[in-house]
Design a binder for this molecule. Sequence first.
Ligand SMILES: NC(=O)c1ccc[n+]([C@@H]2O[C@H](COP(=O)([O-])OP(=O)(O)OC[C@H]3O[C@@H](n4cnc5c(N)ncnc54)[C@H](OP(=O)(O)O)[C@@H]3O)[C@@H](O)[C@H]2O)c1
Length: 254
Amino acid sequence: MSNTQNSTQAKSNQQVAIVTGASRGIGAAIARRLAQDGFTVVVNYAGSAREAEALVAEIEAAGGRAIPEQADVADPAAVARMFGAAEAAFGGVDVLVNNAGIMKLAKLADSDDALFDSQVAINLKGTFNTMREASRRLRNGGRVINLSSSVVGLYQPAYAVYAATKAGVEAMTHVMTKEMRGRNITVNVVAPGPTATALFLDGKPQEVIDNLARLAPLERLGAPEDIASAVAFLAGPDGAWVNGQTLRVNGGII
Ligand SMILES: NC(=O)c1ccc[n+]([C@@H]2O[C@H](COP(=O)([O-])OP(=O)(O)OC[C@H]3O[C@@H](n4cnc5c(N)ncnc54)[C@H](OP(=O)(O)O)[C@@H]3O)[C@@H](O)[C@H]2O)c1
């Protein structure tokens, strides 16, 4: 992807990125960073309309281009509509960042069906829904970047279902990489470690947070911007030769 375009150029010359779950947390940092790098950004969200609209306003105030787009990634029709809206507004889609996700922790013995179904619906089926659309609709030369987690590798207690959904995302990534042969589309995974967002922080006592922050040799939690930097690398010109890889971004926790 070229990062030299600016908002004065024709729409068809712009690189367009859809970032799912971009209203908050890591997704918002990714959207902000890709906009800084010259991408036109579709700021997807499920329920946080106000946050998504505020982020779009912030990007536009900084000279970038973005639109908010509501779509529950678990809903295939909504995902297809989102791609259609991006194509209608900007002529096509070049980059898909599958960031939307939820995490519900419980030991297997204590996990109910709703815990399983909701994580599979959003993390796994949601990523499938967007990857299917991207397989059909991404412009040649595009990029797909899927968010997994370093729990695929750490495998701590209580993370079974969450880790399983992310392992599934990693498996689909490798298959899609091969299916994109001939289209110059790369497909990669970014797998963060503990990162200071609501998903990680909510419901954890401070002592648990502090202990998890100390696990990595770099002895801190990740910031959303740390993850956005890795995504920007894979989406940008320097990432062109990286394909089918999982990049763990976690301060060395594993
Ligand atoms: N934070 C960590 O420690 C960590 C570590 C490893 C991996 N990750 C992964 O990184 C990604 C982002 O996590 P985060 O920490 O930034 O989470 P977060 O702060 O909870 O934000 C989640 C984002 O996903 C959106 N979202 C949730 N369900 C959605 C749905 N069905 N359709 C569309 N959007 C949906 C939310 O939008 P609404 O507010 O509109 O619902 C929100 O923008 C996730 O895939 C997560 O698994 C996070």
